[in-house]
Design a protein around this ligand. Structure first.
Ligand code: PLP
Length: 391
């Protein structure tokens, strides 16, 4: 235990189980600790640092914005917010953007937008259908639609009117629909819950069900969005545009920013001045990060690269299933994949740390791989080599 860890442990509320490492700087897809030890990063700070570390174009844009102006509040227009919103519209293919400071806050806003839509239409609808094994964040609304009792139980009673369907089981969703159902919320690729990818049948089925029943479809793309699955947002590969979408994690490359987005049709009957707000949301620094991130993604075709690297990663992970009894399954797509293991996950992630590899768990028995999207084949090979030593 060094002095940084001691200081942290003495002052911080103990809510995180932290790895015994103090990170100091990053370069490319590597991080370095205070002793100078190098780590290959297959965690990307929870699927956030998609451009890796030390991207000069991004850092330059951030530094320039800090020198110009980095907070105004939403009382006033600023020079960067509109451009960032346009950029998110372009990549998300949604119509109206609301900036938040995090993913959880984007989910809170999305749920409120859905309730306001029902309120304004006078439908009396207020119930949400969410998925088992889902994760949507830590605020009361987000926790209420998170499909694992351990996240919910200590904080009950939660937001009323939430029921949970089985992921990838359309009949179980249909069985929960009532004339009070306001929205269905799901992650097209579940992250925290253990890397479960929605089938095409499920995504299309939910879209159809929602259309038939007058229910809104909310896609939570906080983790799987922004290029990670090989398309800019995961729903785009299914052709099932949601009515409301959330995003965060990678959209600002590590500057804290999230957003929720509505279609024009929903926006016309949803949140109005006075209904919703946030002091920092859309602040110039966050917006500079979003604009530059989107620009780099488009210019360098990062999503296509993630798709290609994802195929290579999948081949390599499938070989582990052949070679090791303790690896039973490969899940996910693009650069959001996981392996199911029969050994304790924490034993593997801790041993990997010693080998100079950062990986994280998902669910109870899955090792998750969410590297920066700018990795190359050689980094995947290096990761597999280190992982083999650990396994
Ligand atoms: C991480 C995550 C959230 C919460 O985002 P925060 O920025 O931690 O509040 C919400 N939904 C999904 C799918 C996530 O992966």
């Amino acid at each position: 235990m060094n002095r940084y860890m001691e200081e942290t442990n003495q002052a911080l509320l103990h809510t995180y189980n932290q790895f015994p490492v103090v990170l100091e700087r990053g370069e490319g897809v590597y991080l370095y600790d205070t002793e100078g030890k190098k780590y290959l990063d297959f965690a990307a700070g929870y699927a956030v640092s998609s451009l890796g570390y030390g991207n000069q174009e991004l850092n330059g844009a951030l530094k320039a914005q800090i020198d110009r102006l980095f907070h105004t509040s939403n009382l006033y227009y600023n020079t960067v917010c509109g451009e960032a919103a346009e950029a998110l519209k372009r990549v998300s293919k949604m119509d109206r953007i609301f900036f938040t400071n995090s993913g959880g806050e984007a989910v809170e806003g999305a749920l409120k937008a859905a309730r306001k839509y029902a309120y304004k239409k006078g439908t009396g609808r207020y119930e949400f259908i969410a998925m088992e094994e889902s994760f949507h964040g830590r605020g009361f609304g987000a926790v209420s639609v998170t499909g694992h009792t351990s996240y919910r139980e200590p904080f009950e009673p939660l937001v009323p009117g939430v029921s949970f369907a089985k992921y990838n089981d359309l009949d179980s969703v249909r069985a929960l629909v009532t004339d009070k159902t306001c929205a269905v919320i799901l992650e097209p690729l579940q992250g925290e819950g253990g890397i479960h990818l929605a089938t095409e049948e499920f995504m299309k089925g939910i879209r159809k069900l929602c259309d038939e029943e007058g229910i809104l479809m909310i896609c939570d793309e906080v983790q799987c969005g922004m290029g990670r699955t090989g398309s800019m947002f995961a729903w785009q590969s299914y052709g099932t545009r949601p009515d409301i979408m959330t995003m965060a994690k990678a959209i600002g490359s590590g500057i804290p920013v999230g957003a929720f987005a509505l279609t024009e049709e929903v926006a016309a009957y949803s949140l109005e001045p006075g209904d919703h707000g946030t002091t920092y949301g859309g602040n110039p620094l966050a917006c500079a990060a979003v604009s530059k991130t989107a620009e780099i993604f488009e210019k360098e075709e990062i999503a296509a690269h993630a798709k290609a690297m994802g195929q290579y990663l999948k081949e390599k992970l499938q070989m582990l299933v052949q070679e090791y009894d303790c690896v039973t399954e490969v899940r996910g797509t693009g650069l959001m994949q996981g392996i199911r293991v029969t050994k304790p996950v924490s034993g593997i992630t801790n041993a990997a740390l010693k080998e100079g590899l950062l990986i994280i768990g998902a669910g109870t028995d899955v090792i998750r791989f969410v590297p920066p999207l700018v990795i190359e084949k050689e980094h995947i090979d290096e990761m597999i080599e280190k992982l083999k030593k650990v396994l």
